[in-house]
Design a protein around this ligand. Sequence first.
Ligand code: G1P
Ligand code: ZN
Length: 542
Amino acid sequence: MILTVATQPFADQKPGTSGLRKKTTVFQQPNYVENFLQSIFDSLENFAGKTLVIGGDGRFFNREAIQKAIRIALANGFGRIVVGRGGLMSTPAVSALIRARQTFGGIIFSASHNLGGPNGDFGVKYNIGNGGPAPEKITDAIYARTMTIAAYKTLDAPDIDLDALGVVALGAGSVEIVDPVANYSALMKTLFDFDALRGLFASGFTMRFDAMHAITGPYAHAILEGELGAAPGTVVNGTPLPDFGGHHPDPNLTYAKDLYDLLMSPQAPDFGAASDGDGDRNLIIGRGQFITPSDSLAMLAANATLAPGYAKGLAGIARSMPTSAAADRVAAKLGVKAYETPTGWKFFGNLLDAGLATICGEESAGTGSNHVREKDGLWAVLLWLTILASRRQSVAEIARQHWATYGRNYYTRHDFEEVDLAGATALMDALRARLASLPGQSFGALKVEAADDFAYHDPVDNSDTPAQGVRVMFEGGSRIVYRLSGTGTVGATLRVYIERYDPPGGDLGEEAQAALADLIALSRSLAEIEKRTGRKEPSVVT
Ligand code: G1P
Ligand code: ZN
């Protein structure tokens, strides 16, 4: 039986960079998830009888949210709901399944790399039929709906058993529980030569994959250890936990420090990698050699044709604006177009759908390709393994040769987390007010060439997205970018992205923070970070 439940709007349901993300306690309020889900369905058309994929990263409140979503989706007229066993499915696997089954769309419950648990964060986002995050036109409509919603529809039905594979009837439709790994693993086999990868591990190649107690554990176990023959124990922290073991499931040098320390130690395996809460991010570290995400994008793009899935070459390479320009140099050499988009994966969707770009990436540890419409952590690992299997060189050797060919983009991101929103907004406003006066000014040896507030024109749907971050560009390819995060849940997070280009043959040393010292100092003074946020030092440096 379909129930119509009266409700009242919440004022805080504006989707951010990746859907709606809030403290778990906010999501636990009566009607909170229900309102948002109903607002999603109210913003969609023509889905009666169609199929919806629902996945989650397994964090605290995942199962409850999925049970609600199943009932509300069926009550709104969907015909079939496909759910991963245990309510688990990584974000790229949801994207892959939407595409493979040509479903109407999908719902993903995750707060990505944010802390989980009762005191952590929760989130939900809607993906469209191409498998990618809903574009702003839809997220804007969802937000508008959340402000006027008065009722939601649900089924008067008990919870279903999320752990039993198979199909059960519910309401006027049905729910299908699937193995969350199977379709994803099959897709990977179409892109990569699993025999070659098995050969790599059989030759004695060693690796550690840190699943951070999050969603990629089952995927990495099945693919790396199960299919490819990596030694048992290659995957660590491989069981998804509702609170991620109390850790931040964010694969960066702060939260995956154990992995970094191991790879820098005498006991280092050949290769180390990690993925985040929902499996779309990746961290790549070779023995003694960290690879920045921006460099990883460039190196993957430069070597992509070594994998069968990309043997025909790349149509183009896309990166988010704050991502370093290393990938642009690869695109130039390959003779393909480089695209620069606002932060957030949703902006890559049109480029991929139109066949303009094949590989995309972000400095925030996201890389992916046209195989899905999300970034994909394990995919990046498999492409790196493909390169290592084919070139039979170390990660460090591959990196050195890359820099010798293209030059090196030294890069760092400094995050000032949970700062006062008013102060952070005033900081951005003050920077924007100075944009016109900066070009031509010199700060020590650094001369400003151009400064702007990044605006994006989508070449496919002709939409415009203004005010995506302040860029201060210096002669010689150095750059400082300032923007406020769209995924935080407390106060504001100021992100400062710092980059310097060292042409082939240059030698700024190995250490990024040292190579960037003058730009880092300037990034602080130019924006008056301490005065406006009260912070002397960033909370996270990546
Ligand atoms: C952050 C990253 C961005 C990524 C997003 C979702 O967004 O910077 O690249 O797409 O998470 O994973 P932000 O908090 O900066 O808005
Ligand atoms: Zn994520």
